[in-house]
Ligand binder design. Structure first.
Ligand SMILES: O=C(O)c1cc(=O)[nH]c(=O)n1[C@@H]1O[C@H](COP(=O)(O)O)[C@@H](O)[C@H]1O
Length: 240
C-alpha cells in the first residue's frame, strides 16, 4: 500500500469552507479524510459529501456510544451517506457493537455498497495510565485494557480498533494480522504533543504495524499542509 493510502488526515475544522480548503490542498496527496465531532457538528452530512465529490474517502469519526438500537440507526445513516470507515466506542459493550456490525452489513447490502470498515475506539490517546486509573476508575494497565477491548471488538464482529501506536504489537498478537489498527497520537519527531499523551512518530507507528495513521494538526496546522503531508509520506516510504 503506498504511504498516501496509509494516512488519514483529521479535518478538525469549524466550518465547511475550512474543510474544503484543506481537501483541495491535500487531495490527491492524501486519499482519506476524517470527519470528526467538530466538523460534523458544524457542517453535517455536507462535510462528507464535499469529500466524496472530490474523490476522497471518508472516515466518519463520530465515536458512537449509546444503546444498541440508537447506534444501529446512526450506523445505517452513515452507510447511506457513503462513508468508507466509521467508529463506535468499545466501552458500549458487545451488544452495541454487534448491533452496529449488523446494521453496517445490512444497510450496505440494501444500498448496494461495500460495507464500511467498522472499528472500535479503545482507550483515548489523550489518556495516560494515571488518568485511566484515578479519573476514569479503570484499574488495569492501559495496554491490558486496550487489548481487552480489541478482543471484544473482534468477537463482536468489528474489523478493528482505534488505539495508540504504543499498543499495536499487543493488539496484533491478540487479534491477528488482518485486524485493522488505526492509530492517532502520531507526532513527527520534535512536534508539539498538544493534548496527546500516548504518542509515536509516523515511521515508528508504521514499523509497529499500524494499518492507518490518523494525523491532524501536524498537517492541518502547518503553513503548507500538502508539503507537511508529503514530508511525512517520504519518511514512511522507506518502511513500506
Ligand atoms: O477516534 C479517533 O480518531 C481518535 C481516537 C483517539 O484515541 N485519539 C485521537 O486523537 N483521535 C482523533 O485523532 C485526531 C488526532 O489529531 P491530532 O492530535 O491533531 O493529530 C483527532 O481528530 C482525534 O479526534
Amino acid at each position: 500500500m503506498p504511504s498516501r493510502d496509509k494516512i488519514i488526515v483529521a479535518l478538525d475544522v469549524p466550518d465547511l469552507a475550512a474543510g474544503e480548503k484543506l481537501v483541495d490542498q491535500l487531495f490527491p496527496y492524501v486519499g482519506m479524510f476524517k470527519v470528526g465531532l467538530e466538523f460534523y457538528t458544524a457542517a453535517g452530512p455536507a462535510a462528507i459529501r464535499m469529500i466524496k465529490e472530490r474523490g476522497g474517502k471518508v472516515f466518519a469519526d463520530l465515536k458512537l456510544h449509546d444503546i444498541p438500537n440508537t447506534v444501529a440507526g446512526a450506523t445505517r445513516a452513515l452507510v447511506r451517506l457513503g462513508v468508507d470507515m466509521l467508529n463506535v466506542h468499545a466501552a458500549g459493550g458487545r451488544s452495541m457493537m454487534e448491533a452496529a456490525a449488523a446494521a453496517a452489513r445490512e444497510e450496505a447490502a440494501a444500498v448496494g455498497r461495500p460495507a464500511p470498515v467498522l472499528i472500535a475506539v479503545t482507550v483515548l490517546t489523550s489518556l495516560d495510565g494515571e488518568a485511566l486509573r484515578h479519573e476514569v476508575g479503570i484499574e488495569r494497565e492501559v495496554e491490558e485494557q486496550v487489548v481487552r477491548w480489541a478482543r471484544l471488538a473482534r468477537d463482536s464482529g468489528l474489523d478493528g480498533v482505534v488505539a495508540s501506536p504504543r499498543e499495536i504489537r499487543a493488539i496484533r498478537e491478540a487479534c491477528g494480522p488482518e485486524f485493522v489498527i488505526v492509530t492517532p497520537g502520531v507526532r513527527p519527531a520534535g512536534a508539539d504533543l498538544g493534548d496527546q499523551r500516548r504518542v509515536m512518530t509516523p515511521a515508528a507507528a508504521l514499523q509497529e504495524g499500524a494499518s492507518y495513521l490518523v494525523i491532524g494538526r501536524p498537517i492541518t496546522a502547518a503553513p503548507d499542509p500538502a508539503a507537511a503531508a508529503r514530508a511525512i509520506e517520504r519518511e514512511m516510504e522507506g518502511i513500506i
